[in-house]
Design a protein around this ligand. Structure first.
Ligand SMILES: Nc1ncnc2c1ncn2[C@@H]1O[C@H](COP(=O)(O)OP(=O)(O)OP(=O)(O)O)[C@@H](O)[C@H]1O
Ligand SMILES: [Mg+2]
Length: 259
């Protein structure tokens, strides 16, 4: 739908028949999922259903028990530079002895770029998240919301085209959360990245997404994929008052609560 009109450099991600077990415990079974270039797709489901397990599987950080993930025409068999990761716990994700700029530039060392180029990229990504003024500060001098912006900038600096986010706003206060939701939407629109967002906040999932994927069951499977027909312009007040928003949110809630 509308996402297809976005000019996007993100490759298509395709998940076919993915299964994941821990020992004898089957967590995910027969998961099929597709993320088109430039889409925001949310993954929701009850606590413990396997959302983080799915996201880790998508990132190439963990081996699959079965199935296949492709990014463009490449089969994922380990960590991929196309993918950037942002987790809930911003406190543990930045290095406290490094200034903001160094935190963002650090992963680029592995790309063999000269320092000046790394810092130039880091500065530009900090500007993308509205933090150019905080380049010289240490993480512990920043608010939670600012630290999470730094984590996003770091993922972007690595030139990730697909951002995987696991409850990225879960530890933030309600207002900061809304601001960062809009920031990620704006970044998606401007940079053409794809975003896969795990969240337990159903309003957030519907508000931000082109599609919401609902996981449920043991082992977990995709029980519904809700197309969010709200256009690409989102507004915290207007969008959330739209009857289509309420309808989509109620449908997802019923599915998660088993009502
Ligand atoms: N490394 C691991 N080894 C063994 N079992 C694990 C491991 N990681 C997760 N599990 C189990 O897999 C199941 C799914 O966990 P997961 O963290 O993916 O759920 P979740 O949907 O992200 O939950 P939440 O909403 O609480 O974050 C749980 O039963 C959990 O105990
Ligand atoms: Mg989780």
């Amino acid at each position: 739908m509308n996402a297809m009109n976005t000019i996007s450099k993100a490759p298509r991600m395709q998940v076919r028949n993915l299964s994941k077990s821990y020992g004898a415990m089957e967590i995910l079974k027969g998961i099929n999922l597709e993320v088109a270039p430039g889409e925001i797709v949310s993954i929701v489901g009850p606590s413990g259903v396997g959302k983080t397990t799915l996201l880790r599987s998508l990132s190439g950080l963990t081996t699959l028990t079965g199935g296949e993930i492709t990014i463009g025409s490449d089969v994922v068999s380990g960590p991929v530079s196309e993918i950037g990761l942002v987790f809930q716990d911003y406190r543990g994700s930045l290095m406290p002895w490094m200034r903001t700029l160094e935190n963002v530039a650090f992963p680029l060392q592995g790309k063999g770029m000269p320092r000046a180029r790394r810092e130039e990229i880091a500065r530009s990504c900090l500007a993308d998240v509205g933090l150019e003024h905080a380049a010289r500060q240490y993480p512990w001098e920043l608010s939670g919301g600012m630290q999470q912006r730094v984590s996003i900038a770091r993922a972007l600096a690595y030139d990730a085209h697909i951002l995987l986010m696991d409850e990225p706003f879960g530890s933030l206060d309600a207002q900061t959360k809304l601001v960062l939701e809009d920031l990620v939407i704006a970044l998606q629109r401007r940079l053409g990245i794809s975003v896969i967002l795990v969240t337990h906040d159903i309003d957030e999932a519907v508000y931000m997404s082109d599609r919401v994927v609902v996981l449920n069951g043991k082992p977990a499977n995709v029980i519904d994929v809700v197309d969010v027909d709200l256009g690409r312009e989102r507004d915290q007040i207007e969008t959330k008052s739209d009857p289509k928003f309420v309808q989509a949110r109620n449908r997802v809630m019923r599915e998660i609560m088993g009502k």
